[in-house]
Design a protein around this ligand. Structure first.
Ligand code: SF4
Length: 753
C-alpha cells in the first residue's frame, strides 16, 4: 500500500494515500470493535484525529480531511474571493473549478458557448486568473459538467471529496464519498482547516437480481426516491451493496449516486468492483484501478455491517419509472403511467424531450438512447416532440461524434447543446410555449421542481431514463409505453421498439476532443487576478473590521422577523444569482423575503432615525452610513435551507452585529460565526415575545466566553429597561473569529505570523 499512485493524470504530486487511510482505519477499528459500513470506512479513514474523535452515527461531529475540492462557476466565485482574503499563496488541498452553469441554451452548442463567453467574460477571466494564481485546475467553458469531469478524471475508490454543488455525490459511482457543501466549507478545506460533518446515519440499499430490457440504473434511484421521498435521506449516506451491484456500469452507479441528492442524502456510494476498474482503465487510470484492487478489502462494507435502515430492491423485478411532475419523488412505474396521466390530468402532449446533463450522459446512456432513435429512423420516423442533447463533457461529445451517436440524434431531429448544464439549471431560452401555458416535458435530468427548467410554473417536468425520454419523444405523447405499445412507421404500419442496447464503454477508447483544461502555471507569483473595479458582478472582499473590545450599546432592531426565515428569505436566489461574486450588489437582497412581525409584510421596516418605512437593505445601509450597528431578531430554525454563505456575509457587510433567534439551522449558525457575527439564541425562547421591533438593545459582548450566557439589556420604547439571557455555541477558536472580525481574518493573521 505504500506505492505512489497519483490521484489524477492532471496534477503532479498528489498521491492516493491508502496506507495512511488504512492506518487511521485500524485505530478506529480498535476503538469501535464492530463491523463497519463502507461509508464509515471512508469517513473514519479521513479523520483529522482518529484517536480522539468522538464517533456516534447521527450525533457526533466528525472533523475530516478531504482529498479534493471541486467548485462550479456559480459557487466558485465567492469561495475564491473568500479564499483570497485568507492570505495564502495557494490552496492546501487539490482543487478544481468547472465552468458549466452559466451557459444558456438557445440555438445549439457552438453558438451558445460563444455567446456565454461574451456575457460571462469577466467571471471567466476572474476564475481563470485566480485559479492560475492559487494553483487550482481550471476547466474552461465547453469542457463539460463538473460531476462528469470529476468522474472521468478525479474520482477514485475510497476517496473523500467535497464540492460546492448539490450533485457532487455523482462520484459515488467510482466508490468515492463526495459531498455537496457551501462555499465557506470549501474555503476551510482549501485553507487546510479540517472540515466538519455530523456523523451521518447509514441507509443500506441491497440490490439483488439483474437489470434487463428497458430497465436502467436510473430506475433504481427513481424507485428509491419514491420509497424514501425528498426528505428521507436527510442526514444519511445511502450505501448500495449486494449481488445486484455487479450488473451495473460504473457510470450507471454514478447516475444513482447523483440523484441521491433529491432525497436529501449527504451522499451515496457503491463499493469498489470490476466495473469501476474497467471505467478507470478506459479513462486512462488503470494504475489507480490496480492500486484499488490491492486495498479492495477496505473498499466495501465489512461482513455483518449494520445499517440504520435497510431497503431491498430486486432488479429483475424492477420496472422502468417516470417521476414527477414538480417533485422527483412522485414515482410511477411505466405500466401505470398512462393511467396516472389521465387521473391527474397532466398534459398528454409531450412538447420536449431532453437527454444528457450530469445525471445521464455517459457513453452507455448515449449509445442506448441512440439505439432507439436509430430503430425509429429505420422505420422512417423521427422525433415528434422537440429533442435536445446535452453531452456531459467534451470527451463524451467528441467520442459520440466519432462513433456516430451524435449524428443519429441530429438526424432524429435533435439539437445538440453545449457541454454544460443548460436547461437543467434554467439556462434555456425556451420559445415553443408561452409562460403560464400548461405543457409537459420529459428529461433524463435529476431535478424537476416547479419552474426549474424554463421558469414556467405551468410546465410539468418529468424525469426518467434517457431510453424512455427518446421513446416518449418519438411518440410525442406521455401515453406511450414502449414495452407494450406499437407505433406507426412511415407507411402507417405498426411496429414495436426493441429494448435499447449499447456499449458501456467505447470499444475504440475515448476521444478527448478539444483541450479545455488550464493547468496552473509554474510561476504563479506574477499572475494578476482580474477583477475590474467597475464590475457589477465581481468585487474583491475587504476584510471585515475586528471587534472593538467593547459592549455594544443602544442598537436598533433592523427587523423582528416572524415565522419561517430560510436562507432564501435572507438571500434570495433567482435573478440575484448573477451577483454571487459581488457582495455589495447581492446585499441588496438581504432579508427581503423575511416577514416583519410588526406589520406582517416583507421588506418593509421602520428606520428609527427617520421614522419612515423602507426596504430592509436600504434601512441597513442608512444605519451603516450613520455608523449605527444593528441586530436582527428571529424565530425558530432561522437560516434553514441551503448552505449558501451569502446569507451570513450580507448582514455582516451591511453592519449587523448579532442575529438573536429562538433557534438556528446549524449550518447557517456556523456561517454567521465564520463571518464574525454573533449568532445568539434566547435562553428562554419565550423572551422572543418580550422584545418589540422599536426597542433598543445593549449587547454585553465583553461577556462572551465558552459556555457562558450573554446579557441582552432591552430598552423598550415605553417602559422599564430589563435584561434577558442569551445562549450561544461558540468554542474558543470561534471566539477568536469574532474578535478578529472573521474566520478569514483569523486565518490571515496566522498566515502572517
Ligand atoms: Fe446541477 Fe443540472 Fe448542472 Fe447537474 S447538469 S450540475 S444537476 S445544474
Amino acid at each position: 500500500l505504500n506505492k505512489k499512485v497519483e490521484m489524477t493524470n492532471w496534477e503532479k504530486g498528489h498521491y492516493i494515500n491508502y496506507a495512511k487511510m488504512n492506518e487511521n482505519l485500524n485505530i478506529v477499528r480498535q476503538r469501535l470493535n464492530r463491523p463497519l459500513t463502507y461509508a464509515e470506512k471512508i469517513l473514519y479513514s479521513h479523520l483529522d484525529d482518529p484517536h480522539g474523535q468522538e464517533i456516534e452515527r447521527g450525533t457526533s461531529y466528525l472533523k475530516l480531511r478531504p482529498d479534493r475540492v471541486a467548485c462550479q462557476d456559480a459557487t466558485a466565485q465567492m469561495a475564491i474571493l473568500q479564499f483570497m482574503s485568507a492570505g495564502m499563496p495557494s490552496v492546501a488541498t487539490p482543487t478544481t473549478v468547472h465552468c458549466d452553469h452559466l451557459i444558456e441554451a438557445q440555438i445549439g452548442g457552438e453558438k451558445d458557448l460563444e455567446r456565454a463567453q461574451n456575457i460571462n467574460k469577466e467571471v471567466y477571466d476572474f476564475l481563470s486568473t485566480s485559479c492560475a494564481k492559487y494553483n487550482i485546475g481550471f476547466w474552461r467553458p465547453g469542457s463539460g459538467i463538473i460531476h462528469q469531469i470529476v468522474l472521468e478524471n478525479y474520482a477514485f475508490p475510497g476517496g473523500l471529496m467535497i464540492g460546492t454543488d448539490s450533485h457532487t455525490p455523482n462520484a459515488g459511482g467510482l466508490g468515492m464519498a463526495a459531498i455537496g457543501v457551501g462555499g465557506a466549507d470549501a474555503v476551510d478545506v482549501m485553507a487546510n482547516l479540517p472540515w466538519e460533518l455530523k456523523a451521518p446515519k447509514i441507509t443500506g440499499v441491497r440490490l439483488t437480481g439483474e437489470l434487463s430490457g428497458w430497465t436502467s440504473p436510473k430506475d433504481i434511484i427513481l424507485k428509491v426516491a419514491g420509497i424514501l421521498t425528498v426528505k428521507g435521506g436527510t442526514g444519511a449516506i445511502i450505501e448500495y451493496h449486494g449481488p445486484g451491484v455487479d450488473s451495473l456500469s460504473c457510470t450507471g452507479m454514478g447516475t444513482i449516486c447523483n440523484m441521491g441528492a433529491e432525497i436529501g442524502a449527504t451522499t451515496s456510494l457503491f463499493p469498489f468492483n470490476d466495473r469501476m476498474y474497467d471505467y478507470l482503465a478506459a479513462t486512462k487510470r488503470k494504475e489507480i484501478g490496480d492500486f484499488s484492487r490491492q486495498y479492495a478489502a477496505e473498499l466495501r462494507e465489512d461482513e455483518g455491517a449494520e445499517y440504520d435502515q435497510l431497503i431491498e430492491i430486486n432488479l429483475s423485478e424492477l420496472e422502468p419509472h417516470i417521476n414527477g411532475p414538480f417533485t422527483p419523488d412522485l414515482a410511477t412505474p411505466i405500466s401505470k403511467f398512462k393511467d396516472a396521466v389521465a387521473a391527474n390530468k397532466w398534459p398528454e402532449d409531450l412538447k420536449v424531450g431532453l437527454i444528457g446533463s450530469c445525471t445521464n450522459s455517459s457513453y452507455e446512456d448515449m449509445s442506448r438512447a441512440a439505439s432507439i432513435a436509430k430503430q425509429a429512423m429505420d422505420h422512417g420516423v423521427k422525433a415528434k416532440a422537440m429533442f435536445t442533447v446535452t453531452p456531459g463533457s467534451e470527451q463524451i461529445r467528441a467520442t459520440i461524434e466519432r462513433d456516430g451517436q451524435l449524428k443519429t440524434f441530429e438526424d432524429f431531429g435533435g439539437m445538440v447543446l453545449a457541454n454544460a448544464c443548460g436547461p437543467c439549471i434554467g439556462q434555456w431560452d425556451r420559445k415553443d410555449v408561452k409562460k403560464g401555458e400548461a405543457n409537459s416535458i420529459i428529461s433524463s435530468y435529476n431535478r424537476n421542481f416547479t419552474g426549474r427548467n424554463d421558469a414556467n410554473p405551468a410546465t410539468h417536468a418529468f424525469v426518467t431514463s434517457p431510453d424512455l425520454v427518446v421513446a416518449m419523444t418519438l411518440a410525442g405523447s406521455l401515453n406511450f409505453n414502449p414495452l407494450t405499445d406499437t407505433l406507426k412507421d412511415k407507411d402507417g404500419n405498426d411496429f414495436k421498439l426493441s429494448p435499447p442496447s449499447g456499449d458501456g464503454l467505447p470499444a475504440n477508447g475515448f476521444d478527448p476532443g478539444r483541450d479545455t483544461y488550464q493547468a496552473p502555471p509554474e510561476d504563479r507569483a506574477s499572475v494578476n487576478v482580474a477583477v475590474s473595479p467597475t464590475s457589477d458582478r465581481l468585487q474583491i472582499l475587504e476584510p471585515f473590521n475586528a471587534w472593538d473590545g467593547k459592549d455594544a450599546l443602544d442598537l436598533p432592531i433592523l427587523i423582528k422577523a416572524a415565522g419561517k426565515t430560510t436562507t432564501d428569505h435572507i438571500s434570495m436566489a433567482g435573478p440575484w444569482l448573477k451577483y454571487r461574486g459581488h457582495l455589495d450588489n447581492i446585499s441588496n437582497n438581504m432579508l427581503i423575503g423575511a416577514i416583519n412581525s410588526e406589520n406582517g409584510e416583507a421588506n418593509k421596516v421602520k428606520n428609527f432615525t427617520t421614522g419612515e418605512y423602507d426596504a430592509v437593505p436600504a434601512t441597513a445601509r442608512d444605519y451603516k452610513s450613520k455608523g449605527i450597528r444593528w441586530v436582527v431578531v428571529g424565530d425558530w430554525n432561522y437560516g434553514e435551507g441551503s448552505s449558501r454563505e451569502h446569507a451570513a456575509l450580507e448582514p455582516r457587510h451591511l453592519g449587523g452585529l448579532a442575529i438573536i433567534v429562538r433557534s438556528f439551522a446549524r449550518i447557517h449558525e456556523t456561517n454567521l460565526k465564520k463571518q464574525g457575527m454573533l449568532p445568539l439564541t434566547f435562553s428562554d425562547p419565550a423572551d422572543y415575545d418580550k422584545i418589540q421591533p422599536e426597542d433598543k438593545v445593549d449587547l454585553l459582548c465583553t461577556e462572551l466566553a465558552v459556555g457562558q450566557p450573554m446579557t441582552l439589556r432591552v430598552h423598550p420604547k415605553s417602559g422599564e429597561t430589563f435584561d434577558i439571557k442569551l445562549s450561544h455555541t461558540f468554542n474558543e477558536g470561534q471566539i477568536e473569529w469574532f474578535k478578529n472580525g472573521s474566520a478569514l481574518n483569523t486565518m490571515a493573521k496566522k498566515n502572517k505570523a
